[in-house]
Design a protein around this ligand. Structure first.
Ligand SMILES: Cc1ncc(COP(=O)(O)O)c(C=O)c1O
Length: 452
């Protein structure tokens, strides 16, 4: 083996030492983006014929570059969908890299793929899908949505003549990545109205499909339902939508990138009823299932349909045994790291009961926050949370005031709470996925808002 570094052991210890130090950081001090020009100056000369040496490069990363990144695992980062990876999952991510596994094909990565499949089977079980269901891990919810929709269209094309335009049906609240997938695939979106809780209902879907048919938009091949919209955490009526899809032979894909983690929590499961009827769904362990980036689980009711849509062929690939479980065949990718292993290791380390407890804790914190807001003078809860996203406004506050408060608290490192809009009006949004985020911490933020 090429001797890259005579002091490789020392460097490995330093790098792992940094990783442990970073993991122990309960609440990073004020970290956040810096102007590109400053970072370019810091990095000047870091790539040179002689190199900096690993220790100096690590110092540069630890002292300068890492603090210029937002700490997504801060329990008071409540913006977008934050992260809270477990120690086991994060450390195992290092192990995955060190193990040099090609996890695209069974013959190369069988041991790792078998463990990934255990984690997928756990999700299949939670969703109540039949035991033949399965899939693979991809980089994120965007990749899961695109890969599922490519499979759906391919399956449709096997059974029906090609329409003048293919379409998917979804609400306006669906994640941007679904519209992006439609763009990439050159398909249209038939928009379905939401109810006053931002949810798609079976009736609204039925009406939208009837209206589309009247306009000769008959190429609808799939419905994308949201199990947890990113803005409001709203869960579409999956059971009603599944009925409409069954009647019309439409593929039902459920985007649960954020919200389907709540399948672990008995208190949330009734809201997710109907997921067992989906043809495919995605859920991001890097969001609310406590793994590091980047990791999304993509599950198909009938994985063979995905294989037909996605298998890549070429002279050098013909020796691959297509009878085996090859994750490369289930999505738009070929080479892949075994990115589901950190989830498997975390589940194996702590047990599924710990996952249930952690997710129940975040749900009850979100419910307690909603109750607190409902009872506070000057605050207005905008909708009862389906999951762990809480939207609210303050009487008399204008959009610039929300933004100024948010910016100030972000730069001083107090909390990251970013305004959004709901029904055209600016409001505040908190997304709680970290069991270390307590109601006391959140009440502290509400107190701060009251006196700001
Ligand atoms: C509901 C939903 N779908 C899809 C995505 C996209 O996922 P990713 O960023 O992992 O590609 C997100 C991201 O926040 C999301 O919340």
């Amino acid at each position: 083996m090429h001797d890259w570094d005579a002091s490789a052991d020392l460097l490995a210890h330093s790098v792992i030492g940094y990783a442990i130090e970073r993991l122990k950081l309960a609440k990073p001090t004020v970290w956040g983006a810096r102007p590109a020009s400053e970072l370019t100056d810091l990095l000047r000369g870091s790539i040179s014929p002689g190199g900096l040496g690993g220790h100096e490069a690590l110092r540069l990363f630890r002292d300068e570059l890492m603090p210029a990144c937002r700490p997504m695992d801060d329990p008071l980062n409540l913006a977008y969908v934050p992260a809270a990876p477990t120690v086991a999952a994060t450390m195992f991510d290092l192990v995955v890299s060190a193990s040099s596994i090609f996890a695209g094909m069974w013959e190369a990565g069988a041991g790792a793929i078998a463990a990934e499949n255990e984690a997928l089977a756990w999700l299949v079980g939670l969703a109540g899908m039949p035991s033949g269901a399965g899939g693979c891990f991809v980089s994120g919810g965007s990749a899961a949505n695109l890969s599922a929709l490519v499979t759906a269209r391919h399956a449709h094309a096997q059974r029906h003549p090609r329409p003048s335009r293919y379409c998917i049906a979804a609400t306006d609240e669906v994640h941007a990545s679904v519209r992006a997938a439609a763009n990439v695939m050159d398909v249209d979106v038939v928009f379905v109205d939401v109810d006053d809780h931002d949810r798609m209902t079976g009736d609204a879907l039925h009406s939208a499909l009837e209206a589309a048919a009247r306009e000769n938009r008959t190429g609808v091949f799939a419905v994308v339902a949201s199990a947890g919209t990113t803005n409001a955490g709203a869960v579409d009526h999956l059971d009603q939508i599944a009925d409409v899809c069954a009647e019309r032979e439409l593929w039902l894909h459920v985007d649960g990138a954020y919200g389907l983690a709540a399948l672990c929590a008995p208190s949330a499961r009734p809201r997710l009823a109907g997921i067992e009827l989906a043809d495919s769904f995605g859920v991001d362990p890097h969001k609310w299932l406590y793994t590091p980036y980047d990791c999304a689980a993509l599950i198909y009711r009938d994985p063979s349909l995905a294989t037909r849509a996605h298998s890549q062929h070429g002279a050098y690939l013909e020796a691959v045994d297509r009878g085996e479980w090859n994750p490369a065949d289930f999505a738009y990718h070929l080479s892949r790291r075994a990115r589901g292993l950190p989830l498997w290791f975390s589940l194996a380390t702590y047990g599924t009961a710990a996952y249930e407890a952690a997710i129940e804790a975040t749900l009850s914190t979100a419910r307690a926050l909603a109750a607190e807001i409902r009872n506070r003078e000057g605050f207005e809860l905008l909708l009862d949370p389906d999951l762990s996203i809480v939207l609210f406004r303050l009487h008399g506050w204008t959009s610039p005031r929300y933004h100024a408060w948010s910016q100030d608290r972000a730069t001083t490192g107090v909390t990251l709470v970013v305004p959004t809009t709901w029904h055209g009006e600016t409001c505040l949004r908190m997304c709680i996925i970290d069991p270390r985020t307590t109601i006391e911490m959140l009440c502290g933020i509400l107190d701060d808002l009251t006196t700001s």
